[in-house]
Design a protein around this ligand. Structure first.
Ligand code: DGY
Length: 338
């Protein structure tokens, strides 16, 4: 089918350049508003399109696929995570699902590294102290954080993002440990001088900072459970830029409150817009509003990946970023997936 014949429905406002190119290449249905669609409006939009370009926050569950009809052939997700899409249900209806991997890995890794530095070094606490007038001048004993050099970073899910974080952490003198289903490519492991832990329990008990970088799937829901968090050392920190559901947030908040964990840097929460109030109150926790990949460059490149996937599909080829359940949706992925 020629691109112009292909009806592409886009669920959220995208950067102007991306929308212009979509309109140029396809029969694109774009949104004026940035409000998420209601489930009913999402279904109505999808029923009338050959391709749907949804994003995080659009819920494409089994019920959606049961009602979507026969026209929809491709879901070209704007984003790397596809935990809001029931990929098996889509595939069962012959609908292909794609995402936008790789292009946001470096920006996301920058933000993870920022949290890895910000929490032990009490960066946000310092800013708040200055802004609130609590700073009374330098003191040998005031605002002491913990040195990051020489610490051990345990990465859960060393895929693209995890590897990009590992490279940055190495430059700060941090040693790399990781838990995946399988060890990564031995050349990369050697280059990173990374230690593989088949047992998550054993890794958690030994590292100083844990970075969560696996995708959220039914198998990774609360992977960092209360039991797992309790295995960590009291001076250890947790950083999560992946998905909130991977950590038992309540247990994390309790352990931090009780001083059984040293702090956390979180970009994502179990309930996207309402982090656990204990976390909001804790001075040793840095919370961000899901902005790890939020750069102009990454959003433009994500748009370009969406377009490439749709174009390949329109030209009768397999889109390059197809999601294959069980293959690139593992518990703790081996590269190149993250
Ligand atoms: C993704 O692409 O899944 C990110 O979480 C959005 O920034």
């Amino acid at each position: 089918m020629s691109g112009k014949m292909l009806k592409v429905a886009v669920t959220r406002k995208l950067p102007g350049e991306v929308e212009a190119r979509l309109a140029d290449l396809f029969d694109a249905q774009l949104r004026d508003s940035d409000e998420p669609l209601s489930p009913g409006a999402l279904l109505a939009m999808a029923k009338d399109a050959d391709v749907l370009a949804p994003t995080l926050g659009d819920r494409l569950d089994a019920e959606f696929f049961a009602g979507v009809g026969d026209r929809l052939r491709l879901i070209a997700n704007f984003g790397a995570g596809v935990d809001h899409i029931d990929v098996k249900a889509a595939n069962a209806r012959g609908i292909t699902v794609t995402n936008t991997p790789s292009v946001l890995a470096e920006d996301a890794a920058d933000m993870a590294m920022a949290l890895i530095l910000a929490v032990p070094r009490r960066l946000v606490e310092g800013v708040r102290a200055l802004e609130s007038g609590a700073f009374e001048g330098w003191s040998p004993t005031w605002m002491l954080g913990r040195r990051v050099r020489g610490k051990k970073l345990g990465i859960i899910g060393l895929g693209r993002v995890g590897e990009a974080i590992a490279r940055r952490a190495r430059a700060f003198g941090i040693s790399i440990h990781y838990h995946n289903r399988r060890p990564i490519n031995p050349h990369v492991e050697e280059e990173l001088e990374a230690t593989y832990w088949e047992s998550l329990d054993q890794m958690l008990a030994r590292v100083d900072i844990v970075s969560v970088n696996c995708p959220h799937t039914p198998a990774t829901y609360h992977l960092l459970s209360k039991r797992h968090l309790e295995l960590m050392q009291p001076h250890a920190y947790v950083v999560n830029i992946s998905r909130g559901e991977i950590i038992d947030e309540n247990a994390l908040a309790d352990l931090i409150e009780q001083g059984r964990l040293a702090g956390a840097g979180l970009d994502v929460f179990e309930r996207e817009q309402s982090p656990n109030p204990k976390l909001t109150r804790a001075p040793n926790v840095v919370l961000l509003p899901h902005m790890a990949s939020a750069t102009i460059e990454s959003r433009l490149e994500m748009g370009e990946r969406v377009i490439i996937n749709i174009k390949m599909f329109a030209d009768g080829h397999k889109p390059p970023d197809r999601i294959i359940p069980g293959l690139n949706q593992r518990v703790a992925p081996s590269p190149p997936i993250s």
